[in-house]
Design a protein around this ligand. Sequence first.
Ligand SMILES: *[C@@H]1O[C@H](CO)[C@@H](O)[C@H](O)[C@H]1NC(C)=O
Ligand SMILES: *[C@@H]1O[C@H](CO)[C@@H](O)[C@H](O)[C@H]1NC(C)=O
Length: 446
Amino acid sequence: MRFSLLALPVISLVAQAAVIVPGATWTDTSGNVIQAHGGGFLKVGSTFYWFGEDKAANSALFSAVSCYTSTDMTTWARQNNALTPISGTMISTSNIVERPKVIFNKVNSEYVMWFHSDTSNYGAAQVGVATAKTPCGPYTYKGSFSPLGAESRDMSIFQDDDAAQTAYLLYASDNNQNFKISRLDANYYNVTAQVNVLTASTLEAPGMLKRNGVYYLFASHTSGWDPNPNRWFTASSISATFSAQEDLAPEPVRTYFSQNAFDMALGTNAVYMGDRWRPDLLGSSRYIWLPMSWASGSPQLVWADVWTLNIAAGTYTVATGTAYEAENGVVSGSATIPADPSFSGGKAVGFLGNGGSVTITVQGIGAAQWVSLYYANGDSTWRNTTVSVNGGASVLVDQPDTGGSHVILSVPVKLTLKSGSNTITFGAGQTTFAADLDKIIVYTAS
Ligand SMILES: *[C@@H]1O[C@H](CO)[C@@H](O)[C@H](O)[C@H]1NC(C)=O
Ligand SMILES: *[C@@H]1O[C@H](CO)[C@@H](O)[C@H](O)[C@H]1NC(C)=O
């Protein structure tokens, strides 16, 4: 008797773990781009809820606070909108609603959403509050106000683990100069007292988590939509003096071109959720989620092109791939090979595009695979590169400025590779210049 493997139905014995790819276009279970910028997260039972700004209209003005659900933090299904505009109020379509954060209030058994509520020129600088009986709502808008009479722009909400579940508003106040923390009332409808202030700290985009009884505050500085080195601070209590600011990632990478939105505990580590804003095309702003590790004793972002979360175990795994140096490829036309110690292997390929290209031979597994392009773009504008597999049609990959011609970031692209050898050509057929290409890493995950 002979077994015919071909006659057997093809069954995948190992479920493909969903991967997190920072900077890729993330889609929901319906295939639509996830619109949940400046996000907030809430866990109810085994379900995670992701609230955020829907910027599909490429405008900063309010269109909706979206609500997505997931059980693995990776596969997200869009639900009904949690909050929608109401004309004639501070949440009309001509106003600003940003950074929605939701917590559960046990006194009233309801979900309470706080958000940055503003006029289109950010002149009102208020917070808004809305409530619902279910996590996605829809929420009933209660109103917008100036907490304790002061300005509030970028903000977050922190809920403590004490018996009363005391919650706090974290907010950039006084024209973004002073960063304040104020206690909420028992209903979570208002603030009752300021408990801390980081004077002249110029912080934005806050998040907070508690680890081994220590309060960790995360925040960016103020540079508009542009990235800057985000910082961390600690204090032994919410009202104690916070430690001096420390970098969350090496300064030159400007938090891997992102701004903090939320920080979620994961076992003894955490997950950093940031936004890679694209002001000229806000709906194409990307999500930069990274492991935050305490391996060094203090929180540091771990760059990961491709990674997985194990929620049950409270762990993360960074995928490994195969690296190919760009300078080892076939360099054609006007492309050059600049040398600098910051490049992997000491070299990169420059002047790609506009008559210059490089072709790199890589090994594939016969599937759609993530490929990360490590590049340097020292110009103050975004560049892009054409990518063609085995001479096929090109796709265009955005290359945000890296903040320096020797500062290297990576961007992902999903390519379908044959089993065995493949050629990947960069920069061919484009009339603009691409960024300098340092290396590429080919992953087997998809
Ligand atoms: C919030 O509390 C302050 C007093 O601290 C009060 O003046 C204000 O009216 C309250 N706001 C709301 C929206 O209840
Ligand atoms: C690609 O980048 C160039 C600048 O180098 C820009 O002019 C062009 O609009 C970009 N194309 C796309 C499709 O983003």
